[in-house]
Design a binder for this molecule. Sequence first.
Ligand SMILES: [Zn+2]
Length: 200
Amino acid sequence: SIAHAAEAGGTAVNITIDDGPDPRWTPQMLDILKEHGVKAVFCMVGPEAKRHPDLVRKVVADGHRLCDHTISHDTTMDKKPVAYQKQQILDAKKMIEDAAGGAKVEYYRAPGGAFTPDSRRIAAEAGMRPLGWNVDTKDFELPGTAAIVNTVKNELSNGPTILFHDGGGDRAQTVAALRQVLPWLKEQGHTFSFPVRTAP
Ligand SMILES: [Zn+2]
């Protein structure tokens, strides 16, 4: 099944960051996460991981976890043949793991949430837990930093897994939002966790 819960339970939240790694934005997000002692999950696009192995290794070295976000980021892959889904998932996993130099990819997140029963099975058989989200910050649409922050504040009651992006365009708003969101979450008494990897 698709994971949303936090390993730590309670009021813990999961920070997840998609579509990178990106040489401009990923290092800035890593700095903010480190400053606040927060570990996150990075859902990487295979060719971007292959292009920037230094960033993949930095993500791993900082204690974050890796997630497979396919080769082509095809948000209609739920309409495509199973063989295509399998290639998209498994080839990206190999690219990310080759770049990581040893660390395993622990989650799979379908582009745009376009999961299928087959893609969930393919991921699980390859040792990756399908990973969903509860709070979509919609940072991808460039709504402004304040709007991204407010979406987290207003929608956190949906569940603990929050979606941001470090790739796919100008992520300055996301960087600025993360800088505000992490201290706010702490003020509210939240801790930080990883999404669950095993079924309850
Ligand atoms: Zn994505």
